[in-house]
Design a protein around this ligand. Structure first.
Ligand code: UT7
Length: 310
């Protein structure tokens, strides 16, 4: 039996910050943000809501959706670059809060590709038989490392969490192939000092190239072609980058997830949040072939070809 996603959940803070709100506090415009990024609004967590709180809310839903209990979890993997504090890890904090007594716990730092890294790591444990259930969470409170005086970055990001339980699925379903990669030489283009520092143009070029190539690579590894793809879930960084990936796969617009307009770039959370939204909207059905693909600071990237269903 293969490994796949058997439960999902998401959490988004209530507070909506629109482009019009940002126009009031920095030299930007709704028109610039929409046309250059596709973002219309984003969610920002309040001072009492930290990364672990959002992760906990998403995790509870995913565990319930999987039809298991927290006590059954063998491992918790939290992908984040905005942990509550350097240690203990967010995953250890969750282990306590969920009551996941037998679960091992560790955080993964792979920026926006973090959920891809988490799911692929979980797959190894599940397929090897070492663990039965692994909880993977992509979560960020990017607002706390955003320089609200830097219009180059402040308009792009949002807060949120998405979670998935990885377990055994029927033959032929689940993760069919994957690709993970890194290029530390590009680390200088996107990093955190006190706040996020980014060379947007360089990251843009890298993302357009890598998202397309990784999507095609996982298809080839799975022995499939572009025509087999039912749905694309790209990391929600910028609609122009996402469109380039969609065009590379020659998919119609309705076969690509788009949540960047509502939530901005939520880094490691963007792919699982989008997955939940598309499932709830009925756009992904059992046995659909979905491609998930992300890129981020590091530089890092990852892609997964998955046959949906348990
Ligand atoms: O998860 C990974 C995280 N990072 C990314 O995905 C970022 C990838 N890069 C991008 O999405 C795009 O490069 C950006 C959206 C960041 C920028 O778009 P761009 O089309 O590459 O714009 P640009 O950097 O070439 O800047 C164009 C102009 C500049 O003005 P000048 O120098 O031409 O006069 C900027 O100062 O737009 C200006 N600008 C803004 N204007 C209004 C930059 N940010 C803003 C803003 N409002 N918020």
């Amino acid at each position: 039996m293969g490994a796949g996603i058997i439960g999902i959940g998401r959490f988004l803070p209530e507070k909506v910050v629109t482009n019009a709100d940002l126009e009031k506090v920095m030299d930007t415009s709704d028109e610039w943000i929409r046309t250059r990024t596709g973002i219309e609004e984003r969610r920002i967590a309040d001072d009492n809501t930290n990364t672990s709180d959002m992760a906990f809310a998403a995790a509870q839903k995913a565990i319930e959706n999987a039809g298991i209990t927290a006590e059954e979890l063998d491992l918790i993997l939290v992908s984040t670059v905005t942990p509550d504090r350097p240690f203990p890890s967010v995953s250890c904090m969750l282990q306590e809060r969920l009551g996941a007594k037998k679960a091992a716990a560790m955080d993964i730092s792979a920026a926006c590709a973090g959920f891809m890294y988490g799911v692929v790591t979980a797959k190894q444990f599940v397929e090897s038989g070492g663990f039965k259930y692994v909880l993977v969470i992509g979560v960020e409170k990017l607002s706390k490392i955003t320089d609200w005086n830097d219009r180059n970055t402040a308009v792009l990001f949002g807060d949120g969490a998405g979670a998935a339980v990885i377990g055994h699925v029927k033959e032929g379903r689940g993760i069919l192939s994957f690709e993970l990669g890194a290029d530390g030489t590009g680390g200088k283009h996107l990093y955190q000092d006190e706040y996020i520092i980014m060379n947007g143009r360089e990251v843009f070029k890298f993302a357009v190239r890598q998202m397309g190539e990784s999507s095609l690579n996982v298809l080839e590894k799975a022995g499939l072609t572009k025509e087999d793809v039912d749905f694309l879930i790209p990391h929600q960084a910028n609609i122009r980058i996402m469109e380039a990936s969609r065009q590379r796969l020659e998919l119609p617009v309705e076969k690509m997830s788009k949540t960047v307009n509502k939530y901005g770039n939520t880094s490691a959370a963007s792919i699982p949040i989008s997955l939940v939204e598309e499932l709830e909207a009925g756009k992904i059905k059992d046995d659909d072939l979905i491609i998930m693909v992300g890129f981020g600071g590091g530089l890092t990237w990852g892609a997964i070809a998955m046959r949906w269903g348990r």
